[in-house]
Design a protein around this ligand. Sequence first.
Ligand code: NAP
Length: 338
Amino acid sequence: MADQDIEQVIIVGSGPAGYTAALYTARANLSPLVIEGFMWGGLLQQTTDVENYPGFPKGIDGPELMQSFRDQAERFGARFITEDATRVEPGADGEPHTVWVDDQPYRARTVILSMGAQHKKLGVPGEEELAGRGVSYCATCDAAFFRDRETIIVGGGDSAMEEAMFLSKFSSTVTVIHRRDEFRASKIMLDRARGVDNIEWLTPYAVEEFLPGDDGPGLRKVRVRHAETGETRELTAHGAFMAIGHEPQPEIVRDVVELDENGYVITEGRSTRTGVPGIFAAGDLVDHTYRQAITAAGSGCQAALDAEWYLRDSPMVPTPEVLAQAGSLVEAQYAPGR
Ligand code: NAP
């Protein structure tokens, strides 16, 4: 591979962190290549109203926000590959790193990882079998399939409140099932959800099993258990939506960079540097504390600056092809008889 084929920066993944890293590296004239993923835009693509992103006093749709992020990066020269990266291979001794999309390699001096997070699964019987047949992780995507049906939401955070309110516009009733009596959700979201007539509440209960009916392969019932008494009961539900948080997506770098016990990429101090020179990480892939669109965008900016400074401070190691070419030029120049 010739040196001109080696990118300065490859960004793996999209969402607020990846697109902000793309914007900043593009504006630094580094012409970033963004391997943004087939499902580009990250979790915000599955959100309706984003009310807490500064600069949008009336709120903005998640997908619209992500499209704007992407457009802004593209305007300054970011390039996109709308496929999933399948492997990251670190370069040895300052040599370029390689990001693979199936069997197509892309080489770069720096790589910014921003693969984000995905919805957490409950891990109870019936969940996998009934996924797509009543069990869902995205009310915004699937609520309309449950018009005038009974549905449940599992979880007690802001996502659960948001999804319950969205679902309540379609479902006959939405029951929020949460494992504790206290809610993690912000007061404003909880109060709003509590004010909706067809949202019901079941606490402290844990879902034990999702059950199909006799009339086909779809979800019809959910078995729940009281967290303190152990009492179990079954509820009718045609739709069940998990809103129990997220987990990072480090699969393609599991053996490349250091991860903590929950799978988050570990970075050095307040920087976005991983332990591998030239590989940086940002956004929900790293952050188990704040997990906001605005903090992800901020860390994408940090990763872009860290990559830019790394490129400035690390002279490029010539590839064997360049050395060979340089060698033959020198030979030609000093050949006897010239
Ligand atoms: P979260 O705040 O981590 O809440 C997850 C909820 O799921 C918690 O109530 C947790 O219960 C429950 N849970 C976790 N694992 C469970 C399990 N195995 N079984 C049963 N329940 C389980 O996640 P989130 O609601 O997705 O929110 C993530 C971040 O995004 C938060 O910072 C939130 O403020 C933000 N957010 C903001 C908005 C908005 O402002 N419009 C909307 C959505 C999200 P425990 O409480 O018992 O741990």
